[in-house]
Design a protein around this ligand. Structure first.
Ligand SMILES: [Zn+2]
Length: 273
């Protein structure tokens, strides 16, 4: 069985992580109305030049990865001695309306996260400014396709456009290409997996999430289930969305996770292709 999908169909909680079967994948993510549409270091340079290049690189670029995503269940596993009591926070369908508020709350708590963005949310100047701000605040920007397309319904050329066009757009705004890819509804194709690898992106679905289900679309219920979910384990990959109730709940969720002994993992420490 699976979960409530983007169109609101009911499903069970038997398996919350994506990609066991097509049906499960399809049931695993929610969405906005859009979702209802089917649908180098230069060694030749002078010292100054080298310094310049160094500074232009992303802050964590030289740090050795401390975590790895387990493709069997999308959870985060420590490499060697890194702290295992962590969770990964992810926000999809960003940066629509609440992502900047969510980012500010995360920042107040010293929490890290990935914002998986869509191209149609970063195509105006104000939206570009929001994305730039979230990136400058130190959050990872992931690729969630340009138009939140169901990749299985698209030709390879169309899939390539959905994925690469968004990476180009994000890079034009932030100066950095996304390192993480999450297909809408968790529905990858063989082609999209190959393309993500070629684009040096790590593909991930998630371990659990609830904010698209009617009964959890309020602060108290969402805080409670996100913190007390039976799926909360070391390395759990938590799926949330750019939604008002999620924005309202995020402070309580982080505090609750901390109470249960979980810190949020820095996506910059996760190994990517
Ligand atoms: Zn989505």
């Amino acid at each position: 069985m699976f979960l409530t999908g983007c169109n609101g169909e009911t499903a069970s909680t038997e398996n919350r992580n994506g990609e066991k079967t097509e049906k499960q994948e399809a049931g695993n993510e929610n969405g906005s109305s859009e979702e209802k549409i089917k649908g180098q270091f230069d060694n030749n340079g002078s010292k100054e030049r080298q310094e310049e290049n160094k500074q232009a690189r992303p802050a964590m670029k030289n740090e050795r990865p401390k975590y790895r995503i387990n493709p069997a269940n999308w959870s985060v596993h420590p490499i060697e001695s890194a702290d295992a009591q962590v969770v990964l926070l992810t926000f999809d369908d960003a940066p629509h309306e609440y992502s900047l508020t969510i980012a500010n709350t995360l920042k107040q708590h010293g929490a890290k996260a990935i914002f998986f963005v869509n191209g149609h949310f970063i195509d105006t100047e104000p939206e570009k400014a929001v994305l730039k701000k979230i990136h400058e605040m130190g959050f990872a920007i992931g690729n969630h396709t340009y138009s939140h397309a169901t990749l299985k319904g698209l030709s390879e050329d169309e899939q390539a456009a959905e994925i690469v066009k968004l990476n180009d757009a994000v890079e034009a705004i932030t100066g950095e290409r996304p390192k993480f890819f999450r297909a809408p509804f968790g529905m990858n194709t063989d082609f999209s997996k190959r393309l993500a690898a070629k684009e040096n992106m790590l593909v991930m679905n998630w371990t659990y999430g609830y904010d698209w289900e009617k009964e959890y679309q309020n602060k108290a219920a969402l805080v409670d289930i996100m913190v007390n979910s039976p799926y909360l384990n070391s390395g759990a990959n938590l799926l949330m969305h750019d939604r008002k109730w999620t924005s309202d709940a995020i402070s309580g969720i982080i505090k609750g996770l901390k109470r249960r002994g979980f810190e949020t993992v820095d996506p910059a420490l996760i190994e990517t292709p």
